[in-house]
Design a protein around this ligand. Structure first.
Ligand SMILES: Cc1cc2nc3c(=O)[nH]c(=O)nc-3n(C[C@H](O)[C@H](O)[C@H](O)COP(=O)(O)OP(=O)(O)OC[C@H]3O[C@@H](n4cnc5c(N)ncnc54)[C@H](O)[C@@H]3O)c2cc1C
Length: 315
């Protein structure tokens, strides 16, 4: 690890202003960022790390009329255990409870989870050994390389990594809004392969809180190789909106988590064994797997069906 200046921010404005200056990055729980610093994966090493944990009241989980407001600094373990979250946005509480391990969930924050960098092993190889398109290079080594954990829906901005945020499909299915220091963005428009980032944030922009509309029922499912601690191969969430329609989102299948409108259309008339199966089939109808990801198509198909049947079964 190289030397950097550690700054304890006291306000969002202070953090945002300093994060815009030159070569600075913000840190929350540090469970993702510290690994990237130790491995020196980024071509330019940050000289200033701005700590958000010293800003007061960014970790609240509160009910406000028909929404739940969750501060960016809320720990995943606290969201998973929160009665307010479990009652009103169950899919998000379930997703938070399935990230990594108890130790990580007690340090990691919701804001950090949605802003984590991609887990592509070429992007993450220490010392920027694969200078891929995401870091200013002009190739994607995964496209022709070992891509068994990558996209089944093609590339985004030249990248075929798979989104790895467990909370993202839940936030998209629930119709959440991500509020930053300068704007409010729908969760389904927040995630993207954007330089080294996995979301649309710009330099100096900081997630302050997330507004999650209440849902009378929502569920989250995750398929990973290990149950104890592992990133998703595919994850999926489904939620009833206030108008009674079903929203479905999937992660691990594209550089950004995707809202699956074809699956939503298949269950528009109600969720049954056969409409849930059709939703799974329709969800993957247009996918274009890479040389190593054909097996993920079946997993994605099954995850959509399983998530919808669970949503209906628990209603
Ligand atoms: C062993 C291991 C297993 C893991 N397993 C999973 C898993 O199963 N599922 C999963 O989803 N993730 C997993 N992760 C990834 C990661 O640890 C978590 O996603 C975690 O939620 C990141 O949160 P954090 O607060 O620690 O973020 P940090 O490490 O502090 O930050 C992560 C990134 O987000 C930026 N950032 C943080 N907060 C903000 C904010 N408020 N505004 C703007 N930018 C911000 C930082 O600059 C940094 O780039 C795992 C990590 C490890 C090390």
């Amino acid at each position: 690890m190289r030397e950097f200046t550690h700054m304890e921010a006291t306000t969002i404005e202070e953090a945002s202003k300093n994060a815009r200056k030159g070569n600075a990055m913000v840190i929350a729980g540090g469970t993702d960022l510290l690994g990237t610093l130790k491995d020196e994966i980024l071509p330019v090493y940050p000289s200033v790390i701005i700590d958000l944990k010293t800003i007061k009241d960014l970790d609240k989980i509160e009910e406000e009329k028909d929404q739940i407001i969750i501060g960016a600094l809320a720990k995943l373990a606290d969201v998973a255990d929160s009665q307010v979250a479990r009652t009103n946005c169950q899919a998000l509480a379930e997703a938070c409870g399935k990230v990594a391990s108890p130790t990580i969930r007690n340090m990691a924050t919701l804001g950090g989870n949605i802003c984590q960098m991609h887990r592509c092993w070429y992007f993450r190889t220490p010392d920027d050994r694969f200078h891929c398109g995401r870091k200013g290079g002009n190739t994607c080594p995964a496209y022709n390389g070992d891509n068994r954990y990558h996209s089944i829906f093609g590339q985004q901005n030249g990248c075929v990594a798979a989104s790895s945020h467990d909370t993202a499909p839940a936030l998209i299915a629930l119709g959440a809004v991500i509020v930053t220091s300068s704007r409010a963005v729908l969760a389904e428009e927040f995630f993207a392969a954007n330089g080294f980032r996995s979301c649309v944030l710009e330099d100096g922009e900081i997630v302050t809180h997330i507004r999650v509309p209440k849902s009378k029922k929502s569920v989250f499912e995750k398929f990973a190789l290990r149950k104890s601690i592992d990133f998703p191969i595919v994850n999926c969430a489904a939620a009833y909106g206030a108008d009674g329609t079903v929203r479905v989102a999937m992660g691990g299948v594209f550089p950004a988590p995707l809202r699956i409108k074809a699956a939503e259309a298949a269950v528009a008339g109600g969720i049954t064994e056969s409409t849930a199966k059709k939703a799974g089939d329709d969800a993957v109808a247009d996918c274009t797997p890479l040389s190593g990801t054909a097996y993920k198509v079946e997993i994605a198909r099954t995850m959509v069906k399983r998530t919808l049947l669970r949503l209906e079964g628990e209603r």
